[in-house]
Design a protein around this ligand. Structure first.
Ligand code: PMP
Length: 457
């Protein structure tokens, strides 16, 4: 077996890591952690350190690690047929079966699923389909896409533009002109402390209306949003938010894309976040939880309304000029079929709901009154703790103090992985759905220790 020092050196010399401080990593100032194996909610590195992964990778290993049923399905598929494309009507038993399983679980008005590889390319597909749709309907000016500040939709050119986080724009010449941003439904960070939740929702609606009036409804094609803001801070919407936003979109004939890359297939304790919040999307983006990350696979589920226009487009123009070599890759599809079966067989979505509620409640009991905890929030198997300098005035720490990263590091030192969210001092949790109550207790107890370590020095 290769020595760790050798791997570490090769890593620094050759590996261009995503979302990494490149210079610090090359200089050896950040750790190289080589993960060797994993089981249930735990990962293990080459030094034999076992860590409780309370973020399920990147909120994607929903059924937990080491599921032999999925591994076998992948191996069987690879042996029988590792690849064939899906162009001009081709498919495999796995890809056709998976499309049926997805539509059986999706809201009734959805019609078809287009397969991609990851969340970013699925949202790229969505924007193209929306532009195609409006071109076929004879409204070539109706093209802009509205997303929210703090939304996360990927890191490509158009999807990085949709993402409403400065780090993803800065020095990349983004956002592109076709993308415009509106307010995040982030009640805790409201600027007017006296505002009620209802008043805050009314303000989100008013600022969306203003944006639409300023740009012109006839230039705006769609609104994209995650049912619960994810990477932007794990922020469930205030009550009534989605109803109020959808009323505005309907009035101006603006499509709704629900980005369910994180929430799809059970993370909120329900199959889809859209149904959880009464959303009626025209397109749903799926990825992560579709295969629990056992193989890369994503999808764009389109509604009947969209599908009918797309069909009309191909009658007028020939085959749709959009396709990836790996669309509906058989190995990804086989992983998806096995994964969705496992979710059902082990009742994992219901576990995500009940143990997720337990995690949120115990975190609240343990840290809710801490002088530097501003808010603990979550939904299903998502939980976030937001740290503040002062609770009463809701003042935040200077980003340079790196309070969130320090707490995440103090937690990691005890063997638990939480995620310092990229904007603000927010510690996020998104464990696998198989988390037990005992594991939830461990996450909470070690978070308390980490918080005390950082604030008491
Ligand atoms: N949409 C959402 C809501 C996401 O959370 C992510 C990834 N975290 C993406 C899209 C992009 O997915 P990917 O990284 O697979 O391209």
């Amino acid at each position: 077996m290769l020595h760790n020092d050798q791997l570490s050196q090769w890593d620094r010399e050759n590996f261009f890591h995503p979302s990494t401080h490149l210079a610090q990593h090359a200089r050896g100032e950040t750790a190289t952690r080589i993960i060797r194996t994993a089981s249930g909610c735990h990962i293990e590195d080459r030094e034999g350190n076992k860590l409780l992964d309370a973020f399920a990778g990147l909120y994607c290993v929903n059924v937990g690690y080491g599921r032999q049923e999925i591994a076998e399905a992948i191996a069987d598929q690879a042996r029988e047929l590792a690849y064939y494309h899906a162009y001009v009507g081709h498919g495999t038993e796995a890809s056709v079966t998976l499309s049926k399983m997805i539509l059986d679980r999706a809201p009734d008005h959805m019609s078809k699923v287009y397969f991609g590889l990851g969340g970013s390319d699925a949202n790229e597909t969505n924007v193209k389909l929306i532009w195609y749709y409006n071109n076929i309907l004879g409204r070539p000016e109706k093209k802009k896409i509205i997303s929210r500040w703090r939304g996360y939709h990927g890191s490509g050119l158009v999807t990085g533009s949709l993402t409403g986080l400065e780090l993803f724009h800065k020095k990349f010449d983004l956002p592109l002109a076709q993308v415009i941003h509106t307010d995040a439904p982030y009640y805790f960070r409201r600027t007017d402390a006296a505002q009620s939740e209802d008043q805050f929702v009314a303000q989100c609606v008013a600022s969306l209306e203003e944006l639409i009036a300023r740009e012109g409804a006839d230039t705006i094609a769609a609104f994209i949003g995650e049912p619960v803001l994810g990477t932007g801070g794990i922020v469930p919407p205030p009550a009534g938010y989605w109803d109020a936003i959808q009323a505005v979109l309907r009035k101006h004939d603006i499509l709704l894309v629900a980005d369910e890359v994180v929430t799809g297939f059970g993370r909120l304790g329900t199959m889809f976040g859209s149904t959880h919040y009464g959303m009626t999307p025209d397109i749903i983006t799926i990825a992560k939880g579709l295969t629990s990350a056992y193989a890369p696979l994503s999808g764009s589920i389109v509604s009947d309304k969209i599908w009918k226009v797309l069909e009309q487009g191909t009658d007028e123009n020939g085959p749709i000029g959009h396709g990836w070599t790996y669309s509906a890759h058989p190995i990804g599809a086989a992983a998806g079929v096995a994964n969705l079966k496992l979710l059902d067989d082990l009742n994992l979505i219901s576990n995500a709901g009940s143990v997720g509620a337990y995690l949120n409640q115990t975190m609240q009991e343990a840290l809710g009154d801490h002088p530097h905890v501003g808010e603990i929030r979550g939904e299903g198997m998502l939980c976030a703790v937001e740290f503040v300098k002062d609770r009463d005035s809701r003042t935040f720490f200077d980003a340079n103090d790196k309070i969130g990263p320090q707490i995440a590091a103090a937690l990691l030192a005890q063997g638990v992985i939480g995620r310092a969210m990229p904007q603000g001092d927010i510690l996020g949790f998104a464990p696998p759905f198989c988390l037990t109550k005992a594991e939830a207790d461990e996450v909470v107890a070690k978070t308390v220790t980490a918080v005390n370590t950082v604030f008491q020095g």
